[in-house]
Design a protein. Structure first.
Length: 387
């Protein structure tokens, strides 16, 4: 199996794999940046004549303070510092760079010069060509549970649901039947459009609290069955240039969401699993000294969960991010053997408290998911959970 991004005999990645994108100055107005993101997966940002970083939809909603943008606000605030990709990197390192940065595209460097960007969907095509998704089902990688809401709620209400559940995609229902999908970025774009309207359009009728998500949602999102091969689902993502698929069961009801991030995580955790099946990313110098305690806590979580009948852990992944408000944002994902992936997000100002809350939340959610799957109100516990 090929371990490097390209063979030594090649002179860089094939040009068709690299996306040429625009450079923008860090002082450019945010309105210009939003327009560019409708055409490109990301834009490269220069500051004082030198490369500064990238802006994509994820950097927008991870750094914004609210949904409103000032006309005079520059894109610098929404620019992310991300790793670059070059031909000397192993494929595992490339996947890890995308997974840990959460970026939609990363700069591709050849002989010291940025040639463009490698986007996530192109990386998925490379993963498929290397056959790294063989013997996996969608249920092995999808995120559960799926959060849903009526398509009659307003933009403001949808925003609250997403932020309360710390999700970026919301499944919509009409008369309790699956009707569509709305993303955080589409909400953000519509809030911006509303804010930029002419004064006569800025009435209650056009406010976010009055507009139904049914009017802006994606009405026919692509779906995939949970028992389909993961490679087939990844091909759907890549060929349609989308970041997520709604996962349904045999009855056609939504049971989860499969994202490009889920696919990348599945690959890297199966190729680089540690003996205790723990994978931690996002560790910086402020958290490094606590890594042994964090790893031990995740190991204990794995042991506690596997004391419960019918629960078998494939791996546990945790990502830690320090936000601009000095909060610790911790995401924990538990991949169950033949049971999908369950995740929680917790943010707080104290690392220990955030970590403990994340462990408690993921433990509850895993057990609830298993209870739902086997149709029991309560699982039998073989041994004490250690609480």
């Amino acid at each position: 199996m090929k371990d490097y991004l390209i063979e030594e005999s090649q002179a860089g990645l094939p040009q068709e794999l690299i996306t040429k994108v625009e450079y923008m100055d860090a002082k450019a107005p945010i309105q210009q940046g939003l327009s560019m993101l409708k055409k490109y997966p990301a834009v490269l940002v220069n500051k004082n004549g030198s490369y500064y970083g990238i802006m994509d939809s994820r950097s927008l909603y991870s750094t914004r303070g609210s949904f409103k943008f000032s006309k005079n606000q520059s894109i610098e605030k929404y620019t992310a510092k991300v790793p670059s990709i070059d031909d000397s990197m192993r494929i595992d390192d490339v996947i890890t760079a995308f997974y840990t940065s959460k970026a939609k595209a990363l700069p591709y460097v050849l002989k010291g010069k940025i040639m463009g960007v490698l986007d996530r969907n192109t990386l998925v095509k490379i993963i498929l060509s290397l056959e790294l998704l063989n013997d996996q089902k969608v249920s092995d990688a999808m995120s559960t549970p799926a959060v849903a809401a009526s398509d009659q709620i307003s933009l403001s209400q949808a925003k609250s649901v997403m932020e309360d559940n710390r999700i970026k995609r919301l499944i919509t229902l009409h008369d309790n039947k699956f009707s569509g999908l709305i993303t955080y970025f589409s909400l953000l774009s519509n809030y911006y459009t509303i804010d930029e309207r002419l004064p006569e359009k800025k009435t209650d009728k056009y406010m976010p609290s009055s507009i139904r998500i049914a009017d802006i949602m994606e009405k026919n999102p692509i779906t995939v069955r949970n028992d389909v091969d993961l490679a087939s689902a990844a091909r759907l993502l890549a060929e349609n240039n989308i970041s997520s698929l709604i996962v349904t069961n045999k009855q056609g009801m939504p049971v989860g969401i499969l994202t490009v991030t889920d696919v990348l995580e599945n690959v890297i955790n199966r190729r680089r699993l540690e003996e205790n099946r723990i994978f931690i990313s996002g560790i910086d110098k402020t958290v490094k000294e606590y890594e042994p305690e964090l790893r031990e806590g995740l190991k204990q979580l794995s042991q506690q969960l596997e004391r419960v009948k019918s629960i078998s852990i494939q791996y546990i992944a945790m990502n830690i991010k320090r936000t601009r408000g000095n909060r610790y944002d911790i995401k924990v994902r538990v991949a169950l053997k033949n049971g999908g992936t369950i995740s929680v997000n917790v943010a707080d100002f104290i690392l220990e408290r955030t970590f403990n809350e994340a462990l408690d939340s993921i433990k509850r959610d895993v057990i609830k998911a298993k209870e739902r799957k086997i149709g029991l109100k309560r699982l039998d516990v073989e041994n004490d959970m250690g609480e």
